[in-house]
Ligand binder design. Structure first.
Ligand code: CA
Length: 517
């Protein structure tokens, strides 16, 4: 990366030697007539994080960023012009039948020894970064009663159990009014099931059921699962109540108290950094995402992998256009083929709705300088760092191995977060350019801004400012290490992210590609 500074300080960033556009760094953009590098004069006002052409691009010519073609010029674009989505034809998605499979696997880097955090060791071998009582549900019908009970548990019981961080209701829209045996119903079902097994719930989740719904409690907390202790009461069905609402709430509170007693006995212990299961995603991306925050995440991800941890990245529509850069990095051909399988499944899922991956980009992305999904994808996959990809999980699947894992999820923030929780993440990191107060109840969320301006406007929402990379105040390496240490401190409970401090969290949102009846 070359950072181009100028005396009167208009600044642009060009990431790759092949790039014929650069991104404007200045908070207020640069006016027409601004002199940039190599006597380049801007012909238009170019807003912050938007692209300016470095050469004359003929009609049909490639516009190149990250060293890759992000579009073709619909009209000639003169050197110095502002390039936006209206001037570009988007390339077609890379065909899935001719991808390089496991052709360029990065060598395993030197292990990073000696890093630890303080976590809660679980019976199934996983480690929690928080000690949370989870109360899951088989159906939306119970939500009102459960939320009422959880409020009372927080107010009346939790203060008596100082070692328990929180009580969380795992409410969702599934369970009844759904085609429970439809081909794709396994996705929401296994998601609900695996959410209750998240390491931060300590293997002690309870189930509240109505009683007559299609999704039965046994499917959520399976009797044959050795990771779940069913020797003590774990289920309450509201339809068993013979005295209405008050009895329901009291029964839930009594059940919760049995688990609070157990959870309260737990203590943090020193565990290796390899027990971290980090889920990464981005939301409200801009053209800085791929320059500042995501490369820093990628660097930290490589460090975590060297320390033996599990790192997940996701968001199928945001890797689809750059998939050739991932299949080549897959540890084995089998892993590469699993990546292709998930892309193909999602292509067909979108086609069923007569959409394609171009539906991903939002008005905010475009305002932030991202012309299309190709440009967004190239900036998004940078999160995955430079390590070999070791495994692939389908939506709602739980992790089974350490290493760098592609967890196939929609890019929608809450859906991706929910599926990464089901996959078993015990810590989440989220990069944002446009800004979002996003949070999750079941895992700490570290929010990283792509721009300093956002971090300054939202100092009590953004945990780490990666905009420092754009202005030369920190290098990608420095910020990568800062993130690595911050992850371990948050995992240990020594630091609490802003989302945690404010108790900001989005609803669990299931991915249900199956029909509703
Ligand atoms: Ca997202």
């Amino acid at each position: 990366m070359t950072l181009i500074e100028h005396s009167d300080s208009p600044r642009t960033i060009r990431l790759h030697a092949r790039d014929n556009v650069a991104v404007v760094v200045n908070d207020q953009g640069v006016p027409a007539g601004t002199e940039l590098v190599d006597d380049l004069l801007t012909l238009d006002f170019v807003p912050q994080s938007h692209k300016v052409t470095l050469v004359d691009i003929p009609q049909g010519g490639e516009v190149i960023r990250y060293g890759q073609t992000i579009g073709y010029a619909l009209q000639p674009i003169a050197r110095g012009r502002w390039v936006n989505e209206d001037q570009l034809r988007m390339p077609t998605a890379p065909p899935l039948d001719s991808l390089p499979l496991s052709t360029d696997v990065p060598a395993a880097p030197a292990p990073l020894e000696g890093f630890t955090f303080e976590g809660y060791r679980n019976a199934d071998g996983t480690v929690g970064t928080r000690n949370i009582l989870g109360i899951t549900t088989t159906v939306q019908c119970v939500t009102g009663v459960l939320n009422h009970a959880v409020k009372r548990i927080r107010d009346e019981l939790l203060p008596n159990y100082p070692n328990v961080d929180d009580v969380v209701a795992l409410t969702h829209s599934y369970g009844c009014g759904v085609a429970i045996n439809a081909t794709d119903a396994y996705i929401p079902i296994r998601t609900v099931r695996n959410l209750a097994r998240n390491p931060n719930l300590g293997g002690e989740a309870l189930v509240i059921s109505l009683g007559c719904e299609k999704l039965q409690a046994g499917q959520v907390m399976h009797d044959n699962d050795p990771s779940v202790d069913l020797s003590e009461p774990w289920l309450y069905r509201l339809q068993e109540a013979s005295h209405g609402f008050t009895e329901m709430v009291e029964q839930i509170m009594a059940l919760a108290e049995t688990r609070l007693q157990k959870l309260d006995l737990r203590r943090r212990e020193t565990v290796p950094a390899s027990e971290l299961i980090l889920g990464m995603q981005c939301g409200g991306s801009d053209a800085f995402s791929g320059i500042t925050a995501n490369p820093a995440l990628g660097y930290a991800s490589d460090l975590l992998l060297r320390a033996g941890a599990t790192v997940m990245f996701s968001e199928v529509t945001e890797v689809r256009d750059a998939i050739y850069l991932l299949t080549s990095r897959a540890e084995t051909e089998e892993v590469a083929q699993a990546l292709v399988r998930e892309m193909d499944w999602y292509d067909r899922y979108l086609a069923k709705g007569e959409a394609d991956r171009s539906a991903n980009t939002t008005p905010g992305n475009k305002k932030g300088g991202l012309s299309n999904i190709v440009e967004k994808s190239l900036g998004s996959i940078v999160k995955s760092g430079s390590s070999a990809i070791n495994g692939v999980l389908g939506p709602g699947e739980r992790f089974t191995q350490k290493g760098l894992i592609f967890c196939a999820t929609p890019a929608s923030d809450f859906v991706c977060g929910t599926l990464q929780l089901a996959a078993g993440m015990n810590l989440h990191v989220f990069t944002t350019g446009r800004g979002t107060p996003y949070g999750l109840a079941m895992a700490p969320v570290v929010k990283v801004s792509t721009r300093t301006e956002l971090a300054q406007r939202w100092p009590d929402l953004i945990d780490i400012d990666a905009g420092r990379i754009a202005t030369g105040r920190a290098s990608i390496e420095e910020l990568g290490w800062e993130l690595f240490h911050y992850y371990l401190d948050v995992a240990s409970g020594k630091k609490h992210t802003w989302a945690e401090q404010h108790k900001l969290h989005n609803d669990l949102t299931l991915f249900n590609p199956a029909p509703i009846t």
